[in-house]
Design a protein around this ligand. Sequence first.
Ligand SMILES: *Cc1c(COP(=O)(O)O)cnc(C)c1O
Length: 459
Amino acid sequence: MSEQTGFTLNETDLPKQWYNVLADSPVPPQPVLHPGTKEPVTPEFLSVLFPMELILQEISTDRFIDIPQEVSDIYKLYRPTPLIRARRLEKVLGTPAHIYYKNESVSPVGSHKPNTAIPQAFYNKAAGTKAITTETGAGQWGTALAMACNFFEMDLEVYMVKISYQQKPYRRIFMETYGAQVFASPTDRTDFGRSLLAKDPENGGSLGIAISEAVEVAAKSGGTKKYSLGSVLNHVLMHQTVIGEEALKQMDLAGEYPDVVIGCVGGGSNFAGIAYPFLRQNLKDGQRTRLLAVEPTATPSLTKGVYAFDYGDTAMMAPIVKMHTLGHTFMPAGIHAGGLRYHGMAPSLSALYDAGYIEAVAIPQVGTFEAAVMFTKAEGILPAPESAHAIRVAIDEALDAKVKGEKRVILFNLSGHGHFDMMSYQQYLSGMLVDYAYPSAAVAEAIQTLPQVEMAGLV
Ligand SMILES: *Cc1c(COP(=O)(O)O)cnc(C)c1O
């Protein structure tokens, strides 16, 4: 065993293809339904929102899809990303476990989100799109797409959840620096936004509402604007698999193979990005790595939600997909992991979880920040509150291995840094942060609003 800490790849090791889990998934994909008719959507319906190349990727069952040269050229600004063995953290914990993390915080915007923002901007540009609309919660996705649209010279409108817009001015300014326009959602720019403001001018917004606004603007633009989503969809998760493909090579360099792969889940993209290539090795190569998704107890869509057809947004304008959901009317508590506050979960991940190929756990935020501070002190990197969920569970795995005297190999995805989340660290450090669990009664109530899907054989 080498004493190496960092396992770096060269530009020439950059993956040439994305991995499409639908080629190998033992659970068949469920249809995507039109929000009005509740019949399977047609490519024509989707083409109002997305360029055809991304629609084809969305429904593709090809195992691998080539990464265009123009996309690789931009990936090279920050990829391949480092794989680090957290030796200092291991020492602090006194564990026989080996802990590795894939550091996606080294991208220019500080998270994994450019892995899909860049190809989405590329395929839009190639299709002649002039402007894109999107939503953002904490601002990570908006920033990534703002960078990508700037590289490909397209306009971008970002509908930013109002509470984040007010609490995170630096993320907004970051997006504006790339040339994006940023609006506090709900806005008076859409019918849906106006209807909400008429009822409650103080509405602080939610990711579901911001998605509705961005979708409405694109849908009513007469074809001049397309819409882009930063998580949940098949093509988004597929673009993120560069993380896991690199990690496979890097674990090989380290001379080890993970017993468990851990990632936090909001819509599921960074977790799928690191986990799906390892799932392929489980399915095709006889490996037995546990794949562990971590969510906050405040938005427990996998562990407490239902697996059902639901709308992707609050206004019921986005397609209906089968997923683990807390209901599209879900209003999240103001926890600090803003990127994890979505009501649903990626359909492919939901199906794999339902069938037992993936494990999930929900954890409260105080222990999460405790782990974040431990990691900051040991490894020097201050993680995003979202990523700290993966760190918490990686630490718990390492402590469990210690109790059992096992040499467990743990790999987690460090999805981003927390340099724009200092207010939440301040709250934690001053003892003001409290735990919150989404009440089961609220889940039961929201589930009453699920769409009635009556097609034979669907549910
Ligand atoms: C957006 C975000 C997440 C959550 O989104 P996923 O699609 O589940 O990955 C997690 N971590 C960071 C740093 C993010 O920006």
